[in-house]
Write a protein that binds this ligand. Sequence first.
Ligand SMILES: [Mg+2]
Length: 293
Amino acid sequence: MSVPQNTIAIVYDYDQTLSPNYMQEEALFPVFGIDSGHFWKRCGELVKEQGYDNELAYMKVLLDCLEIDRPTNAQLRELGARLTFYEGLPEMFEEFRTSLLPPEFAVHGITVEHYIVSSGMKELIEGSRLAPFIRKIFGCEFAADAQGRITFPKRVISHTQKTQFLFRINKGLLEMDQDVNDHMDPSLRPVPFPNMIYVGDGPTDVPCFTVMRRNGGQAIAVYNSSDPTRSSFKKCYQLSTHADRVRNIAPSDFRAGSHLRLLLEEMVLEIGHRMIRQRREDLEAGTVKAPGH
Ligand SMILES: [Mg+2]
């Protein structure tokens, strides 16, 4: 038995990959009057002096700063509408729906799905203008108290844990009550790694770049070309030129015709055409039935 492997999955990191800004700074700090310098300084202290994980540090400092002002998860989701993105988003997602794929992909049932795996806050992304285009968003989450106000970290996705979600997409186990460690035969996995593309921005994406590389997937590291310090470009340059972590780097411009768009579209076309070729070979070899017979 096998499952149709018709899906091309593009998996994105969020902060600095889809947006030039950190989501907390954009959606939360101005609303709750939190000072950005103080916030990140306190996070750094928890990490350095008390050995906190980065993600738990920002979640704790956020709860500490909000104190009696703690919002509900629904309010966080509403604040997600404030998030802004790099140029060409969310339009690119719409174009993937309407015009980017050749008609023969539809004939063969080949579709493109988008996923976000972030160490930022899931509720904010869920409330953003990107959400309607995304099959599944994975991110850090807060539990709520009896009044519905956020009270404690419920799920934390550190940069090393992000790879777990690539395997969830690979195996189609998108709900958190499904055990991603269950063995699954490769023919039963809805999105084999060679049908997957990962887009990230830097060292925190290295574990995901490595998983993609080891398993035959594609990866792109993006940089902000308007960053005057060049640190964004330097991170990508190091990853591709010296560390050999990722082959393709491109500015984070998602508009049609940009280097990044050409790379993404070419990868999608290549994967789709490979699927079609494979299906023809299988048909000729008589290993699968032609549709309708
Ligand atoms: Mg990032």
